[in-house]
Design a protein around this ligand. Sequence first.
Ligand code: ADP
Ligand code: TRP
Length: 321
Amino acid sequence: MRILTGLQPSGKLHVGNYFGAMDPAVRLQDQGEAFYFIADYHAMTSSHDAAALRENVRELAIDFLACGLDPAKAVFFRQSAVPEVNELAWILSTICPMSLLAKCHSYKDKTSQGIAPNHALFAYPVLMAADILLYDSNKVPVGKDQKQHLEVTRDLAIKLNDTYGDGTAVIPEPIIREETAIIIGLDGRKMSKSYHNTLPLFGEEKTLRKLIMKITTDSTPVEDSKPVENSIILALYRLFASEADYATMVADHMNGGIGYGDLKKRLADAYWDFFAPMRERRLAISQDPSYVEKILADGAERARAEANKVLQRVRRAVGLA
Ligand code: ADP
Ligand code: TRP
């Protein structure tokens, strides 16, 4: 079974990304042949800062490795290291009805946020389909927001087979993370970089602790019982603490006598301890720049070998070879 997913290099990772995307990907690498890539071509649909792209790709590679991606198990590469994906995207474009893309909500969402409506942003789902079909992927774990793109991918795979013969493309199955656990941000809304309410995974201790101290709370006096429903402190603490510690934290809210400042400090300690092993790995990895480059180069070589096999099959099927 081949499992494939891509992550966009779009800035600092936060706790929502960790529990929603990285941790599930790390767990899945034991269940099949994992292909994980950094979607740098996709990032270019909404930003044109060359230095930032280079930096974000490198940071994401380090972060993903620090979070447990094991290059001995997963093929880890940058999307653009396999430029063959563009040829498959072109082939898919030729069979992709305009109407299929016109109904995609991510284009509408992004342009309504002020991102320039360029052609690549519109054609984004075709490149994503090419990412998936180029590696004969069977399973594609993605967040709910990518569900429609997986439907487009399946439509294009079926159409390719109908047009050029069965077996031209492997039809992938999505694994949609329904976000039963939507991680909430420091203001109680869904944690998202667009809301500026994130708790980053990595960063300077003082800054991160300060962020936690800024969590929105009500004005319950120290001695009074504090509400446990909709408590941002408790929702975040649950992610990092053992069940016993969580139960104590709930009791301390209900019993009163402990102020929000102290409860937040306890949250900050738990958060800091939870990510300690990853922080250590991150430090070690970033001290050896050639390590990350080597992993991405090895991954690209393995990915490219597979991509070329599939592309040759498709080229023959469509009459280019
Ligand atoms: P952001 O909302 O900060 O822009 P992205 O859309 O770049 O985050 O997130 C990449 C992936 O991380 C998403 O597909 C989703 O699976 C996961 N993710 C992001 N935020 C959360 C959250 N608050 N809770 C759970 N998962 C999340
Ligand atoms: N569009 C995805 C996102 O923003 C990233 C991505 C690009 C991807 N190509 C992919 C995910 C292929 C899964 C498979 O999250």
